[in-house]
Design a protein around this ligand. Structure first.
Ligand code: URP
Ligand code: ZN
Ligand code: ZN
Length: 459
């Protein structure tokens, strides 16, 4: 079956032109004006943009964490992703310290295979280092993974020591694997938590004060030091503040191959949300925490200038009714995470492009192309060209609506953006040439998503 997208304005990270796009056998086969294909299914894209499918390079779907599990499955998450214009997910595979890495990788993969409606791959979490782990990591890379994930935070659960970090990064350099990292100083977090709890400061708003910007900046600086010494390519996940960006940029200037990811939450929400009364603030507890509003301009400008490469979600959904309350009397026990998988693209469009903070090419670049380039998916994903996968988003800039838990496809029972207006949304979303979402509804095929094998390139 072929698919013809007619009369749209094609926009990539670097180009903008009017053309039709013909897709056959899951690939883009022709891009030119006036294509006729009588047997093809036709999507009328007049008055609309045609973007490459968006890539979310940091999501959690299967996540055992803080005594509970993130609430989405690939069934709900891939539908939410597609309705929101995201056609590729890169999930964090997060084994706990005692878990077997290879078994964990296969477990995470089994949660997606045969279920996901969109394509997917993983960053392989490394939560300890020894000879057996190293051998298994080599095997996991041979099976198609080209990025690792380390947590400098969450001591005792996912976190690695400096000694372990050294060896993971040394191995990554040898294998050409990029290391993605959650950068916060674990001991500072623990000591600050203890101090706050001892002072009776237990509400959600105190979460911020256990992880102030200095804690993240220290973690980022430390990762940069290791990268500088070992030559490993690194990617700072969910960077939230100026202090941390300054450390990454200073390292880039010294020649470190460092990439920075920020989140749609950090671009649009600030710490006052976590200060909301009556435990409402728990909806906004994540790590690193939401920051002072002044950081938003720094992050938007980071995207605009390329100092920040990607805008992800770190989608980590925990219900407000029965999961967030695990920390009702103690903020350190609130499951960390803010769901945003479905809303990233529309929020980035509305608050970025529509409010003139970033241009349309930067929008495509940071929400799709950069992730494809950094994580070894380009040009199969992340752009519109002949031979690429036909993952396309026909985007309606004229749509106006509101975000709500009442309509979202994510399994979680609240929206961090309840009632927020959006301007623009995907009209049609395709996965390898098949229409998978239309005007806010999923019309695709569960189980059609493929595991994307990747090859290391960060030598
Ligand atoms: O608060 C967050 N970010 N939850 C998900 C786990 C992580 O640290 O990425
Ligand atoms: Zn993290
Ligand atoms: Zn995360």
């Amino acid at each position: 079956m072929s698919l013809l997208i007619k009369n749209g304005e094609v926009v990539t990270a670097s180009e903008r032109y009017e053309a039709d796009i013909l897709c056959e056998n899951g690939k883009i086969v022709r891009i030119e004006r006036g294509i006729e294909a009588p047997d093809a299914e036709v999507v009328d894209a007049a008055g609309k943009y045609v973007f490459p499918g968006f890539i979310d390079p940091h999501v959690h779907i299967y996540l055992p964490f803080m005594g509970t599990y993130a609430i989405d499955t690939y069934e709900t998450a891939s539908q939410a992703a597609l309705v929101g214009g995201t056609t590729t997910l890169i999930e964090m595979c997060c084994p706990a310290r005692g878990d077997d890495p290879l078994e964990s990788f296969h477990l995470w993969k089994s949660k997606a295979e045969g279920v996901s409606a969109c394509d997917f791959t993983f960053h392989m979490g490394v939560s300890r280092y020894d000879e057996e782990t190293a051998a298994q990591l080599r095997q996991i890379v041979a099976e198609g993974i080209s990025s690792f994930k380390v947590f400098l935070a969450y001591k005792g659960a996912f976190g690695v020591s400096d000694e372990e970090l050294f060896h993971v990064m040394k191995l990554a350099k040898e294998l050409g694997v990029i290391v993605t990292a959650h950068c916060e100083n674990p001991d500072l977090v623990l000591e600050m938590q203890k101090k706050l709890v001892a002072e009776g400061k237990l509400e959600p708003k105190w979460h911020y004060w256990s992880r102030p910007p200095e804690v993240e900046a220290e973690g980022t600086g430390r990762l940069m030091t290791f990268a500088e010494l070992l030559g490993t390519h690194v990617y700072v996940v969910h960077l939230s503040c100026k202090e941390s960006l300054d450390r990454a940029v200073a390292a880039k200037r010294r020649g470190v191959n460092a990439y920075v990811e920020t989140l749609i939450q950090f671009l649009t929400l600030d710490m006052t949300y976590a200060e909301l009364p009556d435990f409402e603030g728990a909806k906004y507890v994540m790590s690193p925490p939401l920051r002072h509003k002044s950081n938003q301009e720094v992050l938007w400008n980071g995207l605009k200038t390329g100092l920040v490469s990607t805008c992800a979600t770190d989608h980590a959904p925990f219900n407000f009714k029965d999961q967030k309350p695990m920390g009702k009397d103690d903020f350190t026990k609130i499951p960390n995470g803010i769901p945003s998988l479905e809303d990233r693209v529309n929020l980035l469009w509305t608050h970025g492009v529509m409010e003139d903070r970033i241009d349309i090419h930067t929008f495509v670049d940071c929400a799709s192309t950069q992730a494809a380039r950094i994580f070894g998916l380009f040009p199969r994903k992340g752009t519109i060209q002949v031979g690429a996968d036909a993952d396309l988003v026909v985007y309606d800039p004229g749509y106006e609506g509101n975000i709500s838990v009442k309509t979202h496809k994510m399994a979680v029972d609240y929206s961090a953006f309840e009632g927020w207006p959006i301007k623009g949304r995907p009209h049609v979303v395709t996965v390898r040439g098949e229409v998978a979402a239309r005007d806010g509804e999923f019309v695709g095929t569960l189980g059609r998503g493929q595991f994307l094998k990747r090859v290391p390139s960060h030598f």
